[in-house]
Design a protein around this ligand. Sequence first.
Ligand code: ACM
Ligand code: ZN
Length: 752
Amino acid sequence: MRLNLFILLIIASLLGACNQKHELAPLKLIPYPAELEQSADVLSIPAKELTISLKDESIKEILSSQLATEHQIKLVDADEALIRFVKLNDDALPAEAYRLKVNDKGVLIEASERSGHLYAAQTLRQLITLNKGRVEIPHVSISDYPRFAWRGMHFDVSRHFFSVDEVKQFLDYMYMNKLNVFHWHLVDDQGWRLEIKKYPKLTEVGAWREHVGFNANQAKGLNEKYTEAYGGYYTQADVKEIVAYASERNITIVPEIELPGHSAAALVAYPEYYCNNAGELKIWDQAGVSAGVYCAGKESTFQFLEDVLSETMELFPGEFIHIGGDETPKDTWLACPDCRKRMKQENAHDEHELQSYFVHRIEKFLNKHDRRLIGWDEILDGGLAQSAAVMSWRGVAGGVKAAEAGHDVVMTPMFPYYFNHTQNHLPTSPGHPGISTLRDVYTFPSIPQDISADKRQHVIGVQANLWSEYMPLFKHIEHNLFPRVYALAEVAWSPAIREWDDFHQRVKLTLPMLEKHGVKAGEISYHVRINVSPNYENKTADIEFVTERSNPVYYTIDCSEPTTNSQVYKAPFVLEADAHIKACQFKRDGSTTYISEKQLIFHKAFGKPYELKYAYAPQYDGGGRYGLTNGFLGVEVGVEEKPIDLVIDLGEVTEISHINSRFKNAPLSWVFGPQKVSYHVSATGDEYTNVAVFEPGVTESDVNEIVQYPIDFKPTKVRYVHIVAESVGVCPSWHPAAGGKAWLFSDEVIVK
Ligand code: ACM
Ligand code: ZN
């Protein structure tokens, strides 16, 4: 009896092995195709017999070189080839679409345009594995086409300069991921990188700064050397070569010529286009926005810009020219007689309408040359011509507004699509502070639900941006691009995102291939994202933890450090009382890389509405309407230059005896604690009683801390609480960006 059972077990396990053999081979396909069927069979041939018939030499050359890098295999030309690329005249196969079939006979690829063949070649590359000298390709039937027409990657070569070869490498990475728009950020306050024949000083002067700069990089050991002069630029011959290289990979380049702001490099070279008497400019070597803005009053400014744009249009054949338009420092205009005169002439009521005049005028010029203008979402302020397109970077609000107004929109909200933010908490990771994980990118809803259904077609695509302040070397760019670009690619290409685990698995299968290309990708994090959904009516909050890795999450709610004896997270839960959550995952060696935390306080202003005298920046909205009263700490509301001045309505007369307000103080990020904080209360909203004044001032330091101003007082019956936190306004004289607009950030006002 026992023996029989033993035999049965052996048979069962053998059956299991057989079944396994019939399991579908894992596919390392990113982006995942629109339609795919797979059978358990696999085409298997000796690597030496990998024959191909493909007329397009350039596609063949790219694919050959990739397969040589990834598997040391060579493609052999043949008429009766194993891999056949065929061109069809088929309406069902528009540009970029293709079909790919693998069976015992070989691989058949059909497309009606070259771009379809190009993308099919990348799918084929990903399907190929090498096993003991044999090439194996799973039997699949794929019909594939992109979700979005604009699948973009941006690259800032002003803050740091990257060589022609590095730019080409960047384009290779885009092509491998079926991305097709390269947004080339060629000019900014820190350097002008495009040769313009008519204005040679733009590159003779504007491409060079005193130091590589960005001191935080120096401190972190990211710079190779701290040279005397730093810079570089692309000659027009370089640009032609890069445009052709991109075009071979179905990539259109959208050049960005920033205006009217972010223009110190141009204005140091040609100060005559700056407002008179506006002071000295220098080419910046630190982060932030300089005062450099083109004078909107002088006709010669527009002549200069039209000349620059004319040469730019000659170099870049694409439909769109990006004109920046973000973060324009407008104070200079207000003090300039020429700009004042222009405002009067054009009936511009304020500096925002002057910016609108500026952008409109440039737009007309581009339209006259059959090009379309695209700019950052600030270009919406003051109205915009219908054909202009908008890049939504300060969150999604600009995208919603633009689409509702009928403008085409590219979604590139800084969270999660700014890849200069780090993707994990390792102290060695280059990039801006703030975390945007692979999973954040993968799961972010790329078409905002707030856009009406009949306007959603205006979202023409998605894009991720790489601002290079804190990535001085190309290896840092690669580190921050990968693996997140895989998530972007799938969001941009595939009709629907898939389960996280499915995607994560494919990323893990793909990374070894990437290593063969010499890329060191950023580590997938052990970060636990703590999502809090406050329920203001019940005075509770729903808590959910989201991770990239499937390791268990251990957590506490009493501020103690989690250990492997702590509670294990199973499912979302509800908190009904104050808590300080700490959560983490442990590595196999028992260590943890980061402990996430979030503090919840169900205080008397929890979920109460308030009015802010000065609006917060859309990209720092603290999570929305209740950002300052949502009960949890650490998600910030940011106001530029102006005070945070708010009146909270508690809804009814309530007894209170404690107020606390919390601010960030991180001067090197241009964020300063308040100069002065005062609290006032009122039962009626007419007469207020002052209950506290703090005057901390602002002192020189390089800290990154939270400062808070708690006060206890005798129980008082009030309905309205008025808080005024005064900003330092502009960065003080000791600051590397002295005179630049300062930020004031608060995460919560606590009333008990
Ligand atoms: C931007 O990040 N200033 C577009
Ligand atoms: Zn002016």
